[in-house]
Design a protein around this ligand. Structure first.
Ligand SMILES: [Zn+2]
Length: 88
């Protein structure tokens, strides 16, 4: 599936996408594995204080199903960073 930034912003909100972008630019996305046929992505993103967060994201035209080990749990900047990394 081809995802656009606009679609991501619709799903996660502009603020989260911007925060995710900062994570990505700082090199905090440490591991990224694209799932079968691009239906999602999983990996590790370094969060606050250097704590590594496990991120798992599935998506389809209907939206994003995100899961993260951080306290937010889903729809967080780590999920956004992972999607942006996948899209690069
Ligand atoms: Zn998170």
């Amino acid at each position: 599936m081809n995802i656009t930034r606009q679609w991501m912003e619709e799903q996660l909100g502009e603020t989260l996408v911007q925060r995710g972008e900062k994570c990505l630019l700082r090199g905090q996305v440490r591991r990224m594995d694209v799932l079968d046929q691009g239906r999602g992505v999983q990996g590790h993103v370094e969060g606050h204080g250097g704590v590594m967060q496990s991120v798992f994201v599935e998506m389809d035209e209907g939206g994003i199903e995100g899961d993260c080990s951080c306290s937010t749990g889903y729809h967080c900047e780590h999920v956004a960073a992972m999607l942006l990394a996948m899209n690069e």
